[in-house]
Design a protein. Structure first.
Lengths: 405, 369
């Protein structure tokens, strides 16, 4: 069992580390919350920093070299992430673009699309957003209702609404999944588009969460026009294209960019400062269990990295780590607030108030805990799927049924 | 980063699986449940043949000189089939005897003499002495070891000592962290086998009254190491047992139909089994942590071994109950094997300090950091 780098990995790590040593003075600070999303000055600094990372070869690590990337593997991406964390500087701003949407364009895009978009995306000049989820299509993504109707000139007219769209308020482009043919079963009639976020008919509205911050957006489309050359991966082939994005999403999460700072030692410190609490058996039991879960995650991630080193790609079971993380952090927030009392909820003074507000939503992010458990039960344990009422039924009829029900 | 098993480790595990597959332990355990007396197969000759008594004994003294992680790989296999191999008593004892340079190690490595370790808990935050398991929830002080030079007298009592029945040599940690070896047939030693809730595990109350023994020259750190070796082994065994119950449950959930569907298609069942998998994978990750820490991160070893025990114990608890739930009523009867795993979980949870002590040690280490 070896937790160390191979000689090649060590050399790469050294290269990344010395670059960061030489350049980290130019980095903006790391923000503990995502409040930066509403601070345009901070965003400009983060974009510039992403450009610098790209010049230094620390962005697009896994992109092919001929498209501006470094042509390296996922393990090198992990090394970059670890070194960024070690240097206490932020990473790239556009994790969604570089981690998920860019790789989808690389896999399915036309040469013209790649030429036009990948460079500005890599350097942070144009940030991207992912226009997938809708009010009635989350875990069941293939239920999207946003319509794209082809016009006489070959362009498409978009109508509908997206939600949970990170970075939409400052994104230049979005990758959008829309329904082009409602008269076939739901997985078949969808198409992926590149959407110019500044086009007429595109409206972005912040979606305020429990914490009071608007980290996500709603995006509305009222007859917004998309040219035919912006179709990615073929008309009515959107589901296959979306699956590519979702695969890269899993990989991005599996490589664990910089985590959420949910750390056993940090939680324990919050309680350990209270001499009564640290001798309280109920408190000790709770922190012991939370700590055990979080310690397990550390070695679960090493197991994942070890598998990656051997060329295996993280499977759906990495979703279990997310379930453990979120629930352990929720339990920790409750425990810390029980020990500290209402002080823990002081949004100006307490480092815990934001976490406590943020976690209930995180439970559903990237697929609800329930849908993750379904997927893992079926794909990993091999349990039979739940009978479905939407198989083989044209989407338009399905909608009618749902409305009647 | 490479956590994959070495070829030698793969071989060790495969060989263990092969050895154990020659015995029908589950069938024998059911028979033993039925008449309350039935004998389990004697796995000791096979264990000797496989070299397991010497796993943790250095090569110069006739052992295999392997690490605790290697022993855990074997323990996982014994846990899979509930094999009554006396690892919990044996391996911590051999680790201590090897650390002390005990001069009977060759016979022990060869399996001619079987030692047993008395589970003695290193001081914690809430209990500042070395303690042992007592009846009920009591945690009496560890035995007192007195004397001049190498010859000592040992007095004390420990309840529910795993693998004590039939052992030849007791390895006892005293209340002050000193360690002594006492022949099991020495004057003043009583080993009283107790009713086995889990027929696949032999346990006894051990009593020592002014029993003559030999002082072992080990530090109290080495004495504490025995405790954590035991915790890591219990964790590894439990992971193996959980793996088996999960396989049983999944198989049944695919085959059993209600209301026209396999029960595994219902989310209630699917999510419960996914929870077993989640706990299993977490526990397995902590086995790696414990194995790594024993070799390469000694400061983290008490934390890692305790966390592994806590997670694996929780997993076993959950899995053994969920196995019964998934099987429905039949799973709660002697018609089925599920009760054997449930009994294993129930007794194990309370041995060697119990899960609760392990969880508390995780808290202690984290709070002290």
């Amino acid at each position: 069992m070896d937790l160390n780098d191979s000689p090649e990995q060590a050399a790469y790590r050294e290269q990344v580390r010395s670059w960061l040593e030489a350049n980290k003075a130019a980095a903006p600070p790391v923000r503990s919350t995502r409040a930066g999303a509403e601070d345009s000055e901070y965003l400009a600094a983060r974009r510039a920093w992403q450009g610098k990372l790209a010049e230094g070869g620390l962005a697009g690590t896994t992109w092919p070299a001929e498209l501006g990337g470094q042509g390296k593997g996922p393990i090198e991406q992990v090394i970059v992430n670890q070194e960024l964390a070690r240097a206490q500087v932020p990473g790239i701003l556009d994790v969604i673009g570089l981690g998920m949407l860019g790789p989808c364009l690389i896999a399915h895009g036309t040469d013209a699309q790649k030429q036009r978009h990948l460079g500005p995306m890599l350097h942070g000049d144009e940030v991207w957003c992912q226009l997938f989820s809708e009010p009635a299509a989350g875990s069941d993504l293939a239920a999207v209702q946003t319509r794209a109707v082809v016009q006489d000139d070959g362009s498409f007219a978009l109508n509908g609404q997206k939600v949970w769209t990170t970075n939409a308020q400052f994104a230049s482009f979005g990758l959008l999944l829309a329904r082009t043919n409602p008269d076939v079963p739901k997985h078949k009639g969808m198409t992926m588009f590149i959407v110019d976020m500044s086009a007429p008919g595109v409206t972005v509205r912040g979606l305020r969460q429990i914490s009071g911050e608007a980290e996500f957006n709603e995006v509305f489309f009222d007859d917004a026009r998309v040219p035919a050359e912006n179709v990615v991966g073929g008309v009515d082939n959107g589901w296959a294209t979306a699956l590519t994005v979702l695969m890269f999403e899993r990989l991005t999460i599996g490589l664990g960019s910089q985590g959420f700072g949910y750390d056993a030692a940090r939680f324990a410190r919050a309680i350990g400062s209270d001499p009564v609490a640290r001798k309280d058996k109920a408190v000790r039991k709770a922190i012991g269990e939370i700590g055990t879960d979080l310690l397990a995650l550390r070695f679960a991630s090493y197991r994942g990295l070890s598998a990656l080193s051997q060329g295996q790609i993280p499977g759906p079971e990495s979703g279990l780590a997310k379930v453990t993380t979120v629930n352990a952090a929720i339990a920790a927030g409750d425990l810390i607030a029980d020990v500290l009392g209402p002080d823990a909820l002081d949004e100006d003074e307490s480092e815990w108030a934001y976490m406590i507000s943020f976690l209930p939503g995180l439970k559903s992010a990237g697929g609800t805990e329930q849908i993750l458990r379904n997927t893992i039960g079926e794909r990993v344990l091999g349990l039979p799927p739940e009978p479905r009422l939407d198989k083989g039924i044209p989407f338009s009829e399905l909608r009618t049924k749902e409305t009647v029900a | 980063m490479d956590l994959s098993l070495t070829d030698e480790q793969e071989f060790l595990r495969e060989a263990a699986r092969g050895t154990l597959s020659r015995f029908k332990v589950i069938e024998a355990a059911r028979a033993a449940l039925d008449d309350g007396l039935g004998e389990l197969p004697d796995l000791w000759p096979a264990a000797r043949e496989a070299g397991w008594p010497g796993l943790l004994i250095s090569e110069a003294r006739g052992g295999a000189g392997l690490g605790v992680f290697d022993a855990m790989l074997v323990a996982e296999e014994t846990g899979r089939v509930l094999a009554p191999v006396p690892f919990l008593g044996l391996l911590p004892a051999t680790a201590l005897l090897d650390a002390a340079g005990y001069d009977g190690l060759e016979a022990i490595a060869a399996g001619e003499v079987r030692p047993v370790w008395i589970p003695t808990r290193p001081p914690g935050d809430l209990e500042m002495n070395w303690t042992v398991d007592g009846p009920g929830a009591a945690r009496p002080a560890a035995p007192v070891i007195e004397g001049d030079g190498d010859s000592v007298r040992v007095t004390g009592r420990a309840a529910y000592v795993p693998d004590a029945p039939g052992a030849d040599l007791l390895v006892v940690v005293g209340v002050d962290g000193t360690v002594a070896a006492v022949e099991a047939d020495a004057d003043g030693v009583t080993i009283e086998q107790v009713v086995r809730y889990d027929v696949t595990r032999a346990v006894a109350h051990v009593s020592l009254k002014d029993a003559p023994g030999r002082l072992l020259s080990v530090s109290s750190d080495a004495a504490a190491d025995g405790w954590y070796v035991a915790q890591a082994l219990i964790a590894a065994e439990a992971v193996g047992t959980v793996q088996t119950t999960l396989e049983m449950s999944v198989q049944y959930a695919k085959e059993r139909f209600t209301f026209g569907r396999a029960i595994g298609s219902y989310q209630a069942i699917k999510h419960e089994l996914t929870e077993v998998l989640r706990r299993l994978e977490n526990a397995r990750s902590l086995l790696f942590y414990a194995g790594w820490a024993r070799d390469s991160g000694p400061d983290e070893w008490p934390l890692a071994a305790s966390a592994a025990r806590s997670a694996a114990g929780g997993a076993l608890d959950f899995a053994s109950r969920s196995n019964i739930n998934v099987h429905g009523g039949i799973g709660a009867t002697w018609e089925h094997d599920a009760p054997l795993y449930f009994r294993r979980a129930q007794l194990t949870r309370r041995l060697a300090g119990g899960h609760g002590d392990a969880t508390d040690r995780v808290a202690e280490r984290l709070l002290a950091a």
